[in-house]
Design a protein around this ligand. Structure first.
Ligand SMILES: [Zn+2]
Ligand SMILES: [Zn+2]
Ligand SMILES: [Zn+2]
Ligand SMILES: [Zn+2]
Ligand SMILES: [Zn+2]
Length: 252
């Protein structure tokens, strides 16, 4: 890692290097937040980053949820305010769009979301187009802005989160500057914020789960599910996940 060098049309004057960034970054392709491997301009003062998925976007793409084929555009050709049909966030740059009159839009990194996520304890989450149960964050099966939006659901069906809810929660904290310390991104406060944000306080516990040990287990599983989704959404750098596991361990 770190030696892959490319030229990309969105920043053609310099080479970009594939790296694990030290800090969260804003992708200059899709304008979304990133944590995982990315292409960074070799000239540090450019501060130019591209998600791996954005740098490697192909002219056309498919997804198992969709019957239509998607075309890559550096900007959405169908104008107006466009929203990603997977995560519900605005489309501000790189996008895959289909040719339908009322087209689907997807961020490149959303289109590449893994269909199955597996935690260290064996918890498995599956990406679904329509959630079979209510989202543990918003308590609804529809997302707040009315888009259909994708969800991750556990094999048992009990733990379900909208991709839009998890992403929105993290971005809100990001925008409010939760992760900043002395004007710089602070990794420790960033991960503490991640840990405290999932699940939120209004998680509805299923009826009959009044015993405290059962409640604890449910919260633990909900946290595991939330953390898995965050890693899937923002990248999966092993060092950062170990760091985040350590924080969890130290707290308990
Ligand atoms: Zn991107
Ligand atoms: Zn540059
Ligand atoms: Zn998206
Ligand atoms: Zn379509
Ligand atoms: Zn939700």
């Amino acid at each position: 890692m770190g030696l892959t060098k490319i030229k990309h049309s969105s920043h053609s004057r310099h080479f970009l290097l594939l790296k694990y960034p030290k800090e969260p970054y804003k992708c200059q392709g899709c304008k979304e937040l990133g944590l995982g491997p990315c292409y960074e301009c070799e000239h540090k003062n450019c501060s130019f980053y591209l998600h791996e998925e954005c740098a490697n976007a192909t002219p056309s793409a498919f997804h198992s949820f969709l019957k239509c084929s998607l075309k890559f555009h550096p900007r959405a050709p169908q104008g107006g305010e466009r929203v990603c049909d997977a995560c519900g966030q605005d489309v501000l740059g790189f996008v895959y769009q289909c040719k339908h009159k009322n087209p689907h839009d997807y961020h490149p990194s959303c289109l590449k979301l893994k269909s199955t996520l597996t935690a260290e304890d064996g918890t498995r989450l599956h990406l679904k187009e329509k959630p079979p149960s209510k989202c543990l964050n918003c308590g609804s099966s529809k997302t707040s802005n009315g888009i259909k939006g994708w969800s991750y659901v556990s094999s048992c069906g009990q733990y379900c989160y909208h991709v839009a809810c998890v992403k929105g929660m993290i971005l809100e904290k990001w925008k409010k500057g939760y992760f900043l310390k002395d004007g710089k991104v602070n990794k420790a406060s960033y991960y503490l914020a991640l840990q405290s944000s999932i699940p939120n306080k209004e998680v509805a516990l299923p009826s009959g789960s009044s015993t405290s040990s059962k409640t604890k287990q449910i919260w633990k599983n909900a946290k595991t599910a939330g953390r898995l989704i965050i890693c899937a959404l923002f990248g999966d750098p092993t060092a950062l996940i170990l760091f985040c596991a350590k924080l969890l361990f130290d707290k308990s």
